[in-house]
Structure formats: structure tokens, C-alpha cells
Ligand binder design. Sequence first.
Ligand SMILES: NC(=O)c1ccc[n+]([C@@H]2O[C@H](COP(=O)([O-])OP(=O)(O)OC[C@H]3O[C@@H](n4cnc5c(N)ncnc54)[C@H](O)[C@@H]3O)[C@@H](O)[C@H]2O)c1
Length: 336
Amino acid sequence: MVTGAGGYIGTTLIPKLLEKGFNVTAVDRYFFGEELLPPHPNLAIVRDDTRRLPQNIFEGVDAVIDLVAISNDPSGELFGDVTYEINRDSRIRTAHLAKANGVQRYILPSSCSIYGFLEDSVIADENSPTNPLTTYAKANLQAEQGVLPLASEEFVVVVLRQSTVYGYSPRMRFDLAINGMTHGAWFTRKLPLMRDGNQWRPMVHVSDTADAQLLMLTADPNLINGEIFNVGSKENNYRLKDLAEKVASVVGKDVVQEWYGDPDHRSYRVNFDKIEKLGFNAKFTAENGAQEILQRLEDGTLQMHDKTITLNWYKNLVEWQKIIQKTEMYDGMLNI
Ligand SMILES: NC(=O)c1ccc[n+]([C@@H]2O[C@H](COP(=O)([O-])OP(=O)(O)OC[C@H]3O[C@@H](n4cnc5c(N)ncnc54)[C@H](O)[C@@H]3O)[C@@H](O)[C@H]2O)c1
């Protein structure tokens, strides 16, 4: 079972799971559309809210990858209570239900953003102190703390602290650093840079982070149970201003950097030795990610619109719901 299956990572992960022969139950509200997951004989689509999952959904499930979330900082600040309900409470509840119903493995995709701000000389490993600075990061850390104690001989629990993800996915997100930089540089020749770009940030390609989740499905329980793994690679630790230069060189036009936002207080460099010892090796770099997005922008198979900006889309849905509630009559709008 994959929750948040219709999201940026889910829509990349699920085709990989199906290709490997897994039967997949894909649970999501499908806020970004159900059609992003192509039909497959081994894929069951379940439209539900993870806050209300029934017990019987876990029947026959061997493993859960619990991707569901309100998935970025600005959305987490705007929908604070909901972010705790979904990102923390629903995932702790799902882990408990999974364990009680005989599921053998539970994977929590968390985030490196829980390291918050670190001095330049510090490189965080999984034992480093955490310093979550946003609602999103706090909810992730509390979810980790809620699920890890459930680890037992029969129930493998593993936490993946993912770097900021990049690259093309069917549920595209331009609100992620490399993706947004590539679009800005290509479309307006202005590359958006969260000022002043001195911040360190680890990155991981969406295909690589999906591979890390696949690895955890089959890894020896003795090596992963109750453990936390950072997901990324040494080469993909960037200062944002260096990243901006790499993206600009891929786009290759006269690109200017445009600072936006308040000074960014998050800065973290991360160590990935632990997951590499387990056999994980990131295959992609920032340049690869920018290149594949650029190609799709140029051939017209990818566009930026509100659905690709997580915060805008959730704001729209809330606004449209209000309008529909006020205007719908007799179960219809124009047709009644
Ligand atoms: N993308 C990144 O850079 C990144 C980095 C680190 C960690 N993560 C984590 O990975 C996970 C997936 O991120 P993503 O980028 O795929 O996000 P996403 O926003 O693309 O996907 C989240 C999915 O959850 C669904 N959803 C939201 N609330 C729901 C609810 N109550 N019930 C059912 N479905 C619901 C949405 O419809 C969406 O399809 C999240 O937990 C996120 O925190 C992502």
C-alpha cells in the first residue's frame, strides 16, 4: 500500500513497484488527479482520506509506504492544524493499524528539513540533533517519533529522511528548488533564488528517492528495523547559489538571479554514508534534473500552472469549495 500515491513521488514510485511485480493499493484523495496513475492489472486505486482509513484496507497488505502529506513549508504554515492531522496523526494511526492488522513493514518518508539550521562546519548524520523550524518539519519529526517505537520483530519500521526532491514526475511540482529554478530561467530568464543563496541544501532526484523506498521494501530487517536513513548523496549537497549557477548553465540563456522571500533560515549539509552502506547510490545530479525538465518545457509536454504549485492548488480547492457550496442546488450547478 502506498498512501499519497497520486503525488509527486507516488506517481514516480508506483510504476517502478508495478514493474518489479508488486501488487499496489494506491491510496489518495487524488487532489492532483487520478489519471496520473495509468491503469494496470496489479494496481488498485482507493480514493480515501488517510485520516479515516478503515481497518479492512490493510487485509493482505505486506508493506506500507506512507507518503501522504501536505507537502511543503508554505502550505504547512497556511494549513497548520491540517498538516499535523495528516502528516503526523494520520501516519501514526496508519502505522498502528498496519501493525495491528498483520502488515510486516512500514516505511515513513520524512524529510532532511528536520535538521533546520546547521553551522557551515556541521554535516548532519542520522544521530545529529534535529532543529525543525517549520510546521511541516515539526510534523515530520513528530511522525518519526510516533512510528519508530512500533518497531518489533514482526513489524519492521524504517524512516527515510529525504533531501529536497527534483526532476520530472507526472504530478509535477515547480514549487521545488531545482524545478522552479529551471522553469524561471527558461521562461523569464530570471532564476528564482531564495536569498541569499548561501544556504546549504541536499537534493535528490525523484527517481532516486523512489529507488530508496524500493530498497527498503526488500532490505534485510536486521539492517533497517527501527532505523533512520538520510536519502541523498554527497555530490548532491549544494549551496543554493551554486545550484542556481548549475541550472543557469543548463538552460544556457542570459539568466539573471532574482532573490525572493525572507532570509531563509534553513541551511543543512547532510551525510549519506549510512544508506550508501546499504547499497543505495544516487544516479542523478542537479544538471540531469534541470536537463530533463528543460527538454519537456521545450517540447511542450510540460507546463507550469496552478496544479504544479502545491500551495496555489490547495488554496484554489478551498476557494472553489466555498463557491460550489454557495451556488450548488438540487445536486447540480447548471444541470439539475
Ligand atoms: N518532494 C520533496 O522534496 C520531499 C522532500 C522530503 C520529503 N518529502 C515527503 O515525501 C512525501 C511525498 O511528497 P510529494 O512531493 O510526493 O508530495 P505531493 O504533495 O505531491 O503528494 C502528496 C499526496 O498526498 C495526497 N493527500 C494529501 N492529503 C491527503 C489526505 N488527507 N488523504 C489522502 N491523500 C492525501 C495528495 O492528494 C497528494 O497526491 C511527503 O511526506 C513529503 O513530506 C518530499
